[in-house]
Design a protein around this ligand. Structure first.
Ligand SMILES: [Zn+2]
Ligand SMILES: [Zn+2]
Length: 109
């Protein structure tokens, strides 16, 4: 039955958020950092594992309207945009962070 077919997301598909507009952006939020691998049996494996990006991004296919730009060529999906807002240190922590930075400056200099 044709009406059971899911709409296709991704390239040439439709936005995964509004499910209406064509996709032209992908979420750039880093969801996972890949730890460098220290011990491998041989050099070929080592190169294979360590080549390419050392992080994984969300890559959710989204449209212009659903994306929020957070920098040059950096767009976030609505879910990660809300996380991004919370990632900023609250004022109280900011003050303590600055206070400790000043302290260590006195100690060293
Ligand atoms: Zn959209
Ligand atoms: Zn995302």
């Amino acid at each position: 039955m044709a009406d059971n077919v899911h709409p296709s997301f991704g390239e040439h598909g439709i936005c995964a958020v509004c499910k209406r507009n064509p996709v032209n952006r992908w979420c750039d939020y880093v969801v996972e950092y890949t730890n460098p691998v220290t011990f491998l049996r041989n050099y070929k494996d080592f190169v294979a594992v360590n080549s390419g990006n050392d992080y994984t991004t969300c890559d959710l296919p989204i449209c212009d309207k659903c994306a929020t730009s957070v920098g040059k060529d950096r767009d976030l999906c609505p879910h990660h945009m809300s996380l991004h807002r919370q990632a900023k240190l609250p004022d109280g922590y900011q003050r303590r962070r600055q206070a400790q930075a000043r302290e260590s400056m006195y100690r060293e200099g």
